[in-house]
Design a protein around this ligand. Structure first.
Ligand SMILES: Cc1ncc(C[n+]2csc(CCOP(=O)(O)OP(=O)(O)O)c2C)c(N)n1
Ligand code: SF4
Ligand SMILES: [Mg+2]
Length: 351
């Protein structure tokens, strides 16, 4: 059995959000992943983020590829649209869906194998084009589903569970996302929900391509002492550059931090991202400095986490190519076939 449906009843006292939904309304089926897998914690953070954002589940489309990570959309947002694509092809499905319907909130979930190996081209072009979506990679440094081969994000020098050393250089998806033009870039850790939930909320509310690399240890194949993607390693080497608070536009913003230690970014929908700087030298609006910081700290074995870059002015693919606001599936005959006079006018322009 690949999925187990959860019973529908819940405690009548469960808190509800503004839509009257409980947390349970954002859950999916029972997870079949290994007990302790980091991916389950990310699913739980997505559920909490969507509950707190009061998202109508039917307005969300969750898209994925193939892998343990790509299975996870079955375990959250059971009332949302979902599409489980071919291995590494989630980004092109997301691009097409977003062009056809601007109205949905797109949430892509992928793995390091799915996005940094077979799907690297898709990953690159999706971010380069500026698809308006939240793109999450659940990064465990291995192909979990096919039993623990090194993936392209495994660090050189790290070892497999059997002790074999990896000699290849890693792909850092965060650095690539910055280079390619993602306008919201963050790194989280599945073991730190306090950091992850606001990172996801900010990404969902961001207008433009938002990329999140979430280190998500694979307890079955990559959680041993030689791994740089284990729970222990990430806890010991986590360099958190900022702590993020996501504040809804309607709420009063109360300044309770020392000026200078806080950076505030207002998003298109009026919500505010407040970055409490833990490293005073880190500026999340300076792309070149962010890249330099990431390289420097990766060389010393540190895992830099937090909201690493944000640009609220970048826009997205739909705005750039001026796609129609109305979803294509509700356009009527008159709009789709404007008649011979309109065709004659277009032909005349081309003469
Ligand atoms: C075209 C194709 N090639 C190879 C596979 C085999 N395969 C399935 S999942 C996977 C890797 C998954 O790794 P990742 O994306 O990191 O997900 P994880 O299981 O680690 O979460 C591979 C190689 C496949 N399903 N399809
Ligand atoms: S094999 Fe690894 S990635 Fe897959 S479910 Fe188990 S712990 Fe998670
Ligand atoms: Mg993986």
């Amino acid at each position: 059995m690949t999925y187990i449906v959860k019973p529908k009843f819940h405690h009548p006292g469960l808190p509800t959000n503004k839509l009257g939904y409980t947390h349970r309304d954002y859950e999916g089926t029972v997870s079949t992943l290994c007990a302790g897998c980091g991916h389950d914690s990310i699913s739980s953070a997505i559920i909490q983020a969507c509950f707190e954002l009061d998202l109508p589940p039917h307005r969300v489309a969750k898209l994925s590829g193939i892998g343990c990570s790509s299975k996870t959309p079955t375990y959250f947002l059971g009332q949302s649209h979902g599409f489980n694509s071919v291995h590494g092809r989630m980004p092109s499905v997301a691009t097409g869906a977003s062009l056809a319907n601007r109205d949905l909130i797109y949430l892509g979930v992928s793995g390091d194998g799915d996005s940094a190996s077979i799907g690297i081209g898709q990953f690159a072009h999706c971010l380069r084009r500026g698809v308006n979506m939240t793109y999450i990679v659940e990064n465990n440094g291995v192909y979990g589903l096919t039993k623990g081969q090194f993936s392209a994000t495994a660090d050189a020098g790290s070892t497999s569970k059997r002790g074999v050393g990896n000699t290849d250089q890693p792909i850092d998806l965060v650095s690539m996302a910055l280079l390619l033009g993602a306008s919201y870039v963050g790194r989280g850790f599945s073991g730190d929900k306090t950091q992850l939930v606001p990172l996801i909320k900010g990404a969902i509310r961001h207008q433009g391509p938002a990329f999140l690399d979430v280190i998500s240890p694979c307890v079955a194949f990559n959680n041993h002492p030689g791994s740089t993607k284990s729970f222990d390693y990430v806890r010991e080497h986590n360099d958190m550059v900022n702590a993020i608070d996501w504040i809804e536009g309607r709420e009063e913003i109360v300044a309770d931090y020392a000026p200078g230690a806080v950076e505030e970014v207002t998003q298109h929908d009026g919500s505010v991202i407040r970055l409490r700087k833990l490293d005073a030298s880190y500026d999340a609006t300076d792309k070149r400095a962010a890249m330099d910081y990431l390289q420097k700290h990766h060389a010393t074995g540190e895992v830099v986490t937090g909201l690493l870059y944000i640009d609220e002015t970048a826009g997205d693919l739909n705005q750039r190519i001026n796609t129609v606001e109305t979803p294509l599936n509700v356009l009527g005959d008159g709009e789709l076939c404007p008649g011979p006079a309109a065709l004659a006018a277009i032909n005349a322009e081309l003469r």
